[in-house]
Design a protein around this ligand. Structure first.
Ligand code: PHE
Length: 341
């Protein structure tokens, strides 16, 4: 019995078979249990001889069962480890790589073009205080730009009234303050801006780029040359014609709205030529009061500034027609305009 049991335990193919063997030997009706029961009916002498043998058998079988169980479990674990191996070096497919958004693309292009002209990139907060967004820019309390329907005001108690900046012009003030009133400035400031407005050409969040030059002896001529050079580089055409129209901004004097000439190709308006005019940006010579608010002496320092919609630039360059699609996050739209990776 002993060698039979030990041999079949060693040969047990799996945990289930092993359990069946345990029941067969040590269960209530098991062979060894049966042998143990016979001890009671034996004479003391017989029991003294058989007792140790039967108990020895039970211990040997119990030990063999435990050993076989451990080795079967080890085998099962090895098999699982082998079958569940992940090869981290296998190539992955079906994952679409991200791509650059037209707005980010244009921001990069702007930074590059203006870097060649000696402009650094500056930034400011999107949650701006009323002073930087309006007052310092010579926009008085009564100016319509402050009306609720244009400006998002932040609810709640603030030390100063806070708004979502309605343009990137507050960065003019921040750049001047940071420069300390005694050195020239050449910056562009691209970023998000907010106005309570929504249709095919307006979204509540949009993007502008601000330009600011402060130096001694700056004139409108510098402004016009800079804008011309920028637009030629951006639209990659030499036949860019600009028209400066007198206009009004509280923070520039004089102010000019800048139109770019377009031509019509296949029913679509294309920048370049002069079949018609399209307004692309606002600009002007920085107002004395603004130069002062920035901590510069307006009798010594002059400057020009301009502000331009980045989304609009992207639409004109890449031919999109609905501004809202910019912020839908639809990969098919990106792909349609050639922006998928
Ligand atoms: N901030 C103006 C706007 O949002 C644009 C502008 C900037 C005009 C700088 C003149 C100078 O419309």
């Amino acid at each position: 019995l002993r060698s039979d049991l030990l041999a079949s335990i060693d040969a047990a193919a799996g945990l289930d078979a092993l359990e069946a063997l345990r029941v067969h030997a040590l269960g209530k009706q098991g062979a060894i249990t049966g042998l143990l029961k016979t001890l009671g009916g034996m004479s003391p002498e017989e029991r003294q001889e058989q007792g140790p043998r039967i108990h020895g058998l039970r211990e040997a079988v119990t030990a063999a069962l435990a050993e076989r169980k451990a080795s079967l479990e080890r085998l099962a674990l090895d098999a699982r480890l082998a079958s569940e191996t992940l090869d981290m070096t296998l190539p992955v497919d079906g994952v679409a790589p991200g791509s650059v958004h037209p707005v980010a693309q244009v921001m990069d292009e702007l930074a590059e073009i203006f870097a060649d002209l000696g402009f650094a990139v500056a930034t400011g907060p999107e949650i701006e205080d009323d002073w930087h967004n309006f007052t310092a820019l010579n926009i008085p309390e009564t100016h319509p730009a402050r009306a609720m329907h244009d400006t998002f005001y932040l609810a709640g108690e603030h030390e100063k009234p806070m708004v979502l900046r309605t343009h990137t012009s507050p960065v003019q003030i921040r750049a001047m303050k940071a420069a300390g009133g005694n050195q020239p400035i050449r910056i562009i400031a691209p970023g998000r801006t907010y106005r309570s407005d929504s249709d095919a050409t307006h979204t509540p969040m949009f993007h502008q780029v601000e330009g600011l030059v402060i130096d001694k002896g700056i004139t409108l001529g510098h402004l016009k040359w800079t804008l011309e050079t920028f637009l030629k580089a951006f639209f990659e055409r030499d036949d860019i014609v600009l028209r400066l129209r007198p206009s009004y901004f509280p923070f520039t004097e004089p102010s000019a709205e800048v139109d770019v000439g377009f031509s019509v190709v296949g029913g679509k308006r294309v920048i370049g030529g002069s079949e018609g005019w399209m307004e692309v940006l606002g600009s002007g010579m920085v107002h004395r009061k603004v130069i002062e608010a920035g901590g510069y002496d307006p009798d010594q320092w002059q400057g020009f500034a301009f502000g331009c919609g980045i989304d609009r630039l992207a639409m004109l360059k890449y031919g999109m027609d609905d501004l809202r699609a910019f912020f839908d996050g639809d990969a098919r739209w990106l792909k349609h305009y050639g922006f998928s990776a």
